[in-house]
Design a protein around this ligand. Structure first.
Ligand code: MG
Length: 285
């Protein structure tokens, strides 16, 4: 999509032609300056024949809208079988949202876990307030409490992570392949939200995370079914913990052939393995 990433279709096509007839891991490693989307696609294509799932199905986190609207949407999602929920926070006034937190937790079935995603909208003080409140509640993690662009963001995130028992997750802080390595080097012990389609070489990044024993939450970046299939393959091959997937996003497209697996509390291997790349290719041509 023009403007969504740094590269263009023309650039990718030109680079594809320059590759010649074959591609292997060595050739991929030499492409460092090339289009990220092309590198991602080639990385996924190269692992096509060797993919082996470690799970038959994985849970999905249900997305809840900001504010009081979450109270209305949580019960039907719980009824449908979801047990991990993600609530968008940092949209309204912090005190108003904090006042809803216990009502929302009370509306979830016992054993449920709630993720809070602030999308980088808090300052350190507000984040501290929330983390204090979250400490004795079933909050799985708090995602991106402060923005990566905020002054002193790295220190703030590391400080909050060590001051409070609730785990933090990095999302907006991880946009390029090198960001994961940087945060591992900084000693980040919280979750890494990985959107495989944003990375040049998702396999290399995941190898790094695996070696570090990191906690990873696989997440959608609103890709088509083809991208969903590639991302979910990586999620299902991940040897670490089976965290609920951040893939509760579909339907997204006017033409439903481009949607990933139907929104449900679990995604099974067959749900994405039945996605046929050739059929999608024909549909856009
Ligand atoms: Mg997020």
């Amino acid at each position: 999509m023009p403007g969504f990433g740094p590269d263009t279709v023309d650039q990718a096509e030109e680079e594809c032609r320059a590759l010649g007839g074959t591609i292997d891991d060595a050739a991929l490693a030499r492409m460092e300056g090339a289009s990220p989307a092309l590198q991602n696609a080639l990385s996924n294509a190269l692992s096509d024949g060797t993919w082996a799932p470690r799970h038959t199905s994985l849970g999905v986190a249900a997305l809840l809208p900001a504010g009081r609207q979450a109270l209305a949407e949580a019960p039907p999602k719980a009824e449908a079988g979801f047990r991990v929920f993600k609530w968008k926070v940092g949209v309204g006034a912090p005190d108003d949202e904090l006042a809803i937190l216990d009502d929302l937790l009370g509306a979830l079935p016992s054993g449920s876990r709630l993720r809070l995603d602030a999308n980088g909208s808090w300052n350190r003080r507000t984040a501290s307030h929330w983390l204090d409140r979250a400490a004795d509640r079933p909050i799985e993690f708090v995602e991106q409490p402060v923005a990566p662009t905020a002054k002193g963001a790295d220190d703030t995130l590391l400080g909050l992570a060590s001051d409070y028992p609730v785990p933090l997750a990095l999302d907006e802080s991880l946009v390029a392949d090198g960001d994961v390595a940087r945060w591992l080097d900084l000693g980040w012990k919280g979750f890494f939200v990985v959107k495989p389609l944003l990375l040049r070489n998702p396999k290399a990044v995941l190898d790094r995370l695996e070696k570090a024993g990191a906690r990873v939450v696989f997440s959608s970046c609103l890709e088509t079914a083809l991208g969903a299939r590639a991302s979910l393959r990586l999620a299902f091959a991940w040897p670490g913990g089976a965290e609920a997937l951040g893939f509760g996003v579909w339907p997204l497209f006017m033409d439903h052939r481009f949607d990933g697996p139907t929104l449900a509390p679990f995604i099974a291997v067959d749900d994405f393995e039945r996605i046929n790349p050739e059929a999608l290719w024909s549909a856009v041509n």
